[in-house]
Design a protein around this ligand. Structure first.
Ligand code: NAI
Length: 327
């Protein structure tokens, strides 16, 4: 039988964790040929709850689930890890300054980066879901100098999937008929959902929707969808976030379809004027187990301004974590 892949999920007792773990254990993350050994990392007060989830995972009798460990120690949780899903983070609470938020998350993502550096498998792939996802990924990567930087990614797949759903609804098409949408920049309200290269049933999306809808409805609906979910559901997106995490890793491992791309927060090499080293969302393809930023796209003036604004926010976040001594 195949050797199990070690998949570590942080924040395992949280609501995304609960929506994510069963799908991983059932084989949806890595496919039907790869058994998984789950490591659930939590903080001590939530370990008991994570153990309850582990009991339920046992009770599913998933054939691909080779074992579960519940841990509160990052070194143990990331020892030999192949796929690390960093979901647990410190949320912004009322009255919290941005510096406090970044410091609290630095206190989580620095030791986790160090633990990944110390013990991860050579092929480790890291997806940061916990917000502020891009900057948390930047912090973790900064503390893992022995791991290639391109193994650290931040999740913008949920934003991407939201954009696909909105464009499909507007054009009366199926989601599977939409290609080449892109999310640029930060996973935040400044993100730029870009349909200038998108096609719907092979036709240019820009010929099917007008610019006013793009600017007044499409972009804000996608960028503020998280807040709309909280308003409606009374809790933040969980199953859709877990679904996007599954999609992200599945695409990373298995590749993008010919002629299409997706979106992911990856370490910039300076593509499209995004400063090197920032973890920014780009249109990306995946092949050979690696992400590739889609090259040579025409970026119109409207897109340029939107990308620059979101990247400026990432630069500010990087300056803040530097001045706070977090990297
Ligand atoms: P939650 O509050 O239900 O769960 C978070 C869990 O993380 C808690 O169980 C907590 O004990 C745990 N945790 C905190 N510090 C930890 C540490 N140092 N090590 C291990 N576990 C730790 O939150 P939820 O809804 O599951 O969301 C998790 C994160 O995902 C949040 O930061 C949220 O903002 C973010 N998110 C990101 C999205 C994206 O598209 N990138 C979409 C939706 C949510």
């Amino acid at each position: 039988a195949a050797t199990p892949a070690v998949v570590t999920v942080t924040g395992a007792a949280g609501q995304i964790g609960y929506a994510l773990l069963f799908r991983i254990a059932s084989g949806q993350l890595l496919g039907p040929d790869t058994p998984v050994r789950l490591r659930l990392l939590e903080i001590p007060p939530a370990v008991r709850a994570a153990e309850g989830t582990a009991m339920e995972l046992d009770d599913c009798a998933f054939p691909l689930l080779a074992g579960i460990d519940v841990l509160d120690d990052a070194r143990a949780a990331f020892d030999g890890v192949n796929v690390a899903l960093l979901v647990g983070a410190r949320p912004r609470t009322a009255g919290m300054e941005r510096g406090d938020l970044l410091s609290a998350n630095g206190g989580i993502f620095r030791p986790q980066g160090e633990a990944i550096n110390a013990g991860a498998a050579d092929d480790v792939r890291v997806l940061v879901v916990g917000n502020p996802a891009n900057t948390n990924a930047f912090i973790a990567a900064s503390h893992a100098p022995d791991v290639p930087a391109d193994r650290f990614t931040a999740m913008t797949r949920l934003d991407h999937n939201r954009a696909v759903a909105q464009l499909a609804a507007r054009t009366g098409s199926g989601v599977d008929e939409i290609r080449r949408l892109a999310i640029w920049g930060n996973h935040s309200a400044t993100q730029y959902p870009d349909l200038t290269h998108a096609t719907v049933r092979g036709q240019a999306a820009t010929g099917l929707v007008d610019h006013e809808w793009v600017e007044q409805t499409f972009i804000p609906t996608v960028a503020k969808r998280g807040a709309a979910i909280i308003e409606a559901r009374g809790a933040s997106s969980a199953a859709s976030a877990a679904n996007a995490a599954i999609d992200h890793v599945h695409t990373w491992v298995h590749g993008t379809p010919e002629g299409d791309w997706t979106s992911a927060g990856v370490v910039s090499h300076g593509e499209y004027g995004v400063p090197e080293g920032l973890v920014a969302s780009f249109p990306v393809t995946s092949s050979g187990g690696a992400w590739h930023v889609v090259p040579d796209l025409d970026v119109d003036d409207f897109s340029r301004a939107r990308i620059d604004a979101s990247v400026a926010e990432l630069v500010e976040e990087r300056e803040s974590v530097r001045s706070l001594g977090l990297v």
